[in-house]
Design a protein around this ligand. Structure first.
Ligand SMILES: NC(=O)C1=CN([C@@H]2O[C@H](COP(=O)(O)OP(=O)(O)OC[C@H]3O[C@@H](n4cnc5c(N)ncnc54)[C@H](O)[C@@H]3O)[C@@H](O)[C@H]2O)C=CC1
Ligand SMILES: O=C([O-])CC(=O)C(=O)O
Length: 260
């Protein structure tokens, strides 16, 4: 299997380093800037678009966010190359989700959604079969992790003294308005009640140092609550290390003959 990645930010660098340590690649990196100096250096070929990918690439991993999935996703899938993405929130845009599905069907490939910074998606998926009545996701991060998001307009992030909610609404609105912070809301929605019925609350909390994600769900199965305190990647306080780990885990599932 020849694996390429998109993006050389905090997640992309983690994924590239881990693939390298395991002797799995990366064989090519798609970057926006063609920079050979940032990230993984010049030991791996860098390209700017899917048409430049080597012909023997069999799996691509998007570690670069919504714009990257929208820019490169369809072309990868149409070429018959499977794609793993952590940019789940991009699927809140119905036309993009449809184009990606059409591209995958046309190319005989698949788009795999990595679980990202959250867990318990398997439980939600199974519970959906019997019928879910309510799913709520609450995302809490330290104030600096919300910089560059609409929270900046709602709150004085620098001077915040107490935990404050800056968004309440549907998973669709959260995913579209917070492309760098609410992919987890999209994951919960896609596994469970969907983008419009999943309730989301986003909180800036000066009392925490981790990214805390909670799911509360009820339905015919019973009820469950799940909470995770995810350590951020050293290079980006917004992104939990587990999101990068989940991309590697998704790659491993592609390689293993027996998967869970
Ligand atoms: N599913 C999940 O739980 C999570 C998902 N994410 C998503 O992953 C994205 C990346 O996270 P980080 O690496 O921490 O961000 P980052 O800001 O450190 O890196 C993003 C990188 O992607 C590159 N990039 C952007 N658009 C591109 C394009 N069109 N083509 C090629 N490269 C492009 C940028 O140049 C940058 O190097 C986030 O924006 C977010 O959408 C992040 C954390 C958790
Ligand atoms: O990494 C995290 O903790 C969550 C995140 O940014 C996202 O959901 O987009």
């Amino acid at each position: 299997m020849k694996i390429g990645i998109i993006g050389e930010g905090a997640v992309g660098r983690y994924v590239a380093r881990t693939l390298d340590e395991r002797g799995l690649g990366p064989h090519v990196i798609v970057t926006r800037s063609h920079s050979l100096t940032e990230g993984f250096g010049d030991s791996v070929p860098h390209v700017g678009s899917v048409v430049e990918l080597p012909p023997d690439v069999t799996l691509m991993v998007d570690c670069a966010g919504h714009e990257a999935l929208a820019e490169h996703g369809c072309a990868i899938l149409e070429r018959g190359i499977d794609l793993i993405t952590i940019s789940l929130g991009a699927l809140a845009e119905p036309s993009l989700a449809q184009k990606l599905a059409d591209a995958a069907r046309g190319g005989g490939s698949q788009l795999h959604l990595a679980s990202g910074a959250i867990g318990a998606l398997d439980c939600l998926q199974a519970a959906k079969v019997g019928g879910l009545s309510e799913v709520t996701y609450i995302g809490r991060k330290p104030p600096p992790s919300w910089q560059g998001s609409p929270a900046e307009q709602e709150l004085d992030l620098g001077g915040l003294q107490t935990a404050t909610t800056h968004f309440e609404g549907t998973a669709r609105d959260a995913a579209l308005a917070y492309p760098k912070n609410a992919n987890v809301a999209a994951a919960v929605a896609l596994a469970g009640l969907g983008f419009d019925a999943t309730r989301v609350k986003l909180v800036a909390d000066p009392s925490i140092t981790a990214n805390v994600h909670e799911i509360h769900a009820s339905g015919a199965f019973g009820r469950f609550s799940f909470q995770i305190e995810g350590q951020a990647l050293p290079d980006n306080p917004r992104s939990s290390a587990l999101a990068a780990m989940s991309a590697i885990s998704a790659i491993e599932r592609e390689l293993d003959p027996i998967t869970i």
